[in-house]
Design a protein around this ligand. Structure first.
Ligand code: AHM
Ligand code: MG
Length: 332
């Protein structure tokens, strides 16, 4: 790989690594790259213009939508629609899946996304992210997309990634052949390969969880948190929690650590959505040598039944998630 590789060059050079190496997956990643730049531009100036705050609308899950949520949702949908690469889109912000009719239903891929994750952080200038998950459709080409195209297990993903709009903006993705991270040079609007072949470090010393919900966590999770805090060997671990899953996961993957969103009140099944939050992050985690679990089962092996379903989520260094599962299994 040459130095200063751009994302565009990387996509072309690695096309043969993509599971289904038609130019379409490359086109799809290019559409995401473009939308990411547009959203990045808007996120960066959010403090300057009247974009911060609530749009007044409520999404399907009863959560109030931020204006930038709406903007990011529209931007990604438009970029994907315009290129006629996907036959359907699921977004956290839309109740039903979106059918893309263009190209006579001949598009091969579906995409599921959270256009702006952690959006409650925008008002306070804290990092947010976009998460996406890509599958090959299972229904015949040339027919309208159906719900079974979206309700596939995570282990069928052909690509997944996230964009973190942080101190710098990064696009991190996998096509099942390792994880690569690209940093945006905002002066010229180009993503450069800055983090090739990302792997979790051997040891982690961070744990990330909303401890305000502690009293509602399952006993095994409570015991694991106490274990993280115990002065012993390489512990206590440091507690780090931004409240933007993309940023929390990104930090933990680079530095070593575990992210947890267990079942709790008011989220008996956990807060995070399986299809467009947990599955793509789990795919990336595994490709980086980590592990993702609902406490019992590999996230990527869960059988989805609804597009907006939730799951408890534990993700990080493999040995840390193994330890957590041991604590949980003591009570099962
Ligand atoms: P969102 O998609 O509505 O932004 O919710 C998901 C976010 C995650 O990014 C984050 O880790 C979590 O919600 C924080 O929730 P909490 O405030 O309950 O800790
Ligand atoms: Mg989200």
């Amino acid at each position: 790989m040459q130095k200063n590789t751009t994302l565009g060059e990387f996509i072309i050079e690695n096309q043969s690594d993509f599971s289904y190496s038609s130019g379409e997956l490359s086109k799809l990643l290019n559409a995401i790259r473009l939308a990411a730049k547009v959203v990045n531009h808007e996120v960066n100036k959010a403090g300057l213009v009247d974009l911060i705050g609530n749009s007044g609308d409520v999404n399907v899950q009863g959560e109030s939508q931020q204006k930038l949520d709406v903007f990011a949702n529209k931007t990604f949908i438009q970029a994907l629609n315009n290129r006629e690469i996907v036959c359907g889109i699921v977004s956290e912000e839309d109740d039903e899946y979106i059918e893309v009719i263009g190209n006579n239903y001949n598009n091969k891929y579906v995409i599921l996304m959270d256009p702006l994750d952690g959006s409650s952080n925008i008002d306070v200038n804290v990092s947010v992210g976009t998460i996406f998950s890509i599958y090959r459709r299972v229904t015949p080409i040339g027919t309208p997309v159906k719900s079974e195209d979206f309700l596939q297990k995570g282990n069928k993903q052909v690509a997944a990634g996230y964009i973190v709009y942080g101190t710098s903006t990064m696009l991190v993705f996998t096509t099942g052949n390792g994880v690569n991270g690209f940093t945006l040079n905002p002066a010229i609007g180009t993503f450069y390969l800055s983090h090739p072949n990302i792997k979790f470090p051997e040891k982690g010393n961070l744990y990330s969880v909303n401890e305000g919900n502690y009293s509602h966590f399952p006993q095994g999770v409570k015991d694991y948190i106490k274990y993280c805090q115990k002065i012993e060997e390489d512990r206590p671990y440091s507690s780090r929690y931004i409240g933007s899953m993309v940023s929390d996961f990104h930090r933990n993957m680079i530095k070593g650590g575990i992210y947890m969103y267990p079942s709790s009140f008011p989220y008996p099944k956990g807060k995070l959505r399986l299809l467009y939050e947990c599955n793509p992050i789990a795919f990336i985690a595994e490709q980086a040598g980590g592990k993702a679990s609902d406490g019992y089962t590999r996230i990527l092996d869960l059988e989805p039944t609804e597009i907006h379903e939730r799951t408890p989520f534990f993700c990080g260094n493999k040995y840390m998630v193994d330890e957590l599962e041991n604590f949980i299994n003591k009570y099962s």
